[in-house]
Design a protein around this ligand. Structure first.
Ligand code: APR
Ligand code: ZN
Ligand code: ZN
Length: 367
């Protein structure tokens, strides 16, 4: 079948909307008619070359849709089911999957690096040329094909535009606070970068019962959002040294948890420098492969600080996303407030320009 899809041909270019050929789902695969695709900074990182992907590819890794057809052997979903495609495929059997860290599964890395499904081929073609799957999802397409293990069935009465955000921004941010850092009640937290993902770190810390939550951003509009999501203090990093300001807010002690949700070594170091003794810095932002960050060794030893990272919210998405839906329904998770703009699919480049200008908390394109 044909589908309109947003293809990135080369780094540095804009997305081009083309009519691609989508092959039917093979054994163990699911064809999804997409409803919404989330506009996440990671796709922008791919467009700028900051994050490597095999091209040409249909981008998009956050989204939601309705199962259109299933390949042989698929049992967990059927046509008509609403699903979120998960951008870290997990096999369910390896040491990481069985150990509760499915985002570290080698199968997810394989799909991510090759841009092809598990049998080593792609379901997308344009004029006979192979088009790659991005992160095994490719949500910026009217139709996409994913492995059954990446298709998470969700309740059919959840609005699909909001559900889309659960697939990356929410699980990544909330999970970084709850699963990776395991933020404790009464603790202090700083979040560097309160965009779509960072706002979810803020609300994850609030859900976990943190007492002091400091949001750091360059834009006052983002800091306003952060207050809405549970920040108790805000620091505009363009107005003076953010580390001094954050430490000042804790009487010089520093914070228990610091998160970097931007993707720059400089802000990663700033987050680390905000820590109290035994504090933990969690890196969520991504950088080019060759980037490094350095920290003073003696702060690791004599202050027992911890520097770590978190992928996909260190989550078990099949459990955690359903829990997040319960929290949303109980009025404890902000999804409606997160979705600040919705664009028709055709305006996807405009949606990315608005993300770059910092105009939105999170936006989606709809089909
Ligand atoms: N200091 C503080 N805040 C900054 C700085 C800085 N030096 N530079 C950028 N920011 C802020 C931006 O103003 C914006 O609010 O960081 C935020 C980034 O948010 P988004 O552009 O919405 O990006 P998001 O989708 O949240 O992704 C953030 O997480 O998953 C990764 O790949 C993703 O590296 C990216 C990061
Ligand atoms: Zn993302
Ligand atoms: Zn596995």
């Amino acid at each position: 079948m044909k589908a309109r899809a947003a293809v990135l041909f080369e780094v540095g270019q804009k997305l081009e909307i083309r009519d691609v050929e989508v092959q039917s789902p093979q054994a163990g695969e699911v064809l999804i008619r997409m409803a919404a695709g989330g506009v996440c900074h990671s796709d922008l990182h791919v467009m700028t070359g900051h994050l490597v992907a095999t091209l040409p590819a249909i981008l998009g890794h956050e989204g939601s849709g309705v199962v259109e057809a299933v390949g042989p052997g698929v049992t967990s979903v059927r046509p008509g089911d609403h699903v979120i495609p998960l951008w870290r495929l997990s096999c369910g059997e390896c040491e990481y999957c069985t150990g509760g860290r499915p985002a570290l599964c080698p199968a997810g890395t394989q799909i991510r690096m090759t841009g092809r499904l598990l049998d080593g081929s792609s379901r997308f073609k344009l004029n006979g040329q192979e088009i790659k799957h991005f992160a095994g999802v490719s949500s910026f397409s009217e139709y996409t094909v994913v492995p059954e293990k990446s298709a998470l069935k969700i309740p059919n009465d959840l609005p699909l535009d909001r559900a889309a955000l659960l697939g990356c921004a929410v699980i990544t941010g909330v999970g970084a606070a709850i699963n990776a850092a395991q933020v404790k009640p009464g603790s202090s937290v700083v979040v560097f970068g309160t965009g779509g993902v960072g706002l979810n770190v803020v609300q994850g810390a609030a859900i976990a019962g943190a007492e002091k939550i400091v949001a750091v951003d360059l834009l006052d509009s983002k800091l306003e959002y952060a207050r809405q999501f549970g920040a108790t203090h805000t620091v505009n990093a363009s107005k003076g040294n953010p580390v001094e300001q954050v430490r000042g807010l804790t009487g010089g002690r520093g914070v228990d948890y610091a998160f970097e949700v931007i993707g720059h070594p400089a802000t990663m170091r700033q987050a680390y420098d905000c820590l109290a003794k035994r504090g933990m810095a969690v890196i969520v932002g991504v950088t080019p492969m060759t980037m490094e960050v350095s920290v003073p060794v003696m702060s690791l030893v004599f202050e027992e600080r911890v520097l770590t990272g978190s992928v996909y919210g260190s989550s078990r998405p099949r459990l955690d996303i359903l829990k997040l839906i319960d929290l949303y329904r109980a009025g404890k998770l902000k999804l409606d407030e997160l979705l600040t703009r919705s664009y028709p699919f055709e305006q996807i480049n405009e949606a990315y320009a608005a993300l770059e200008r910092g105009e939105v908390a999170r936006s989606v394109v709809t089909f």
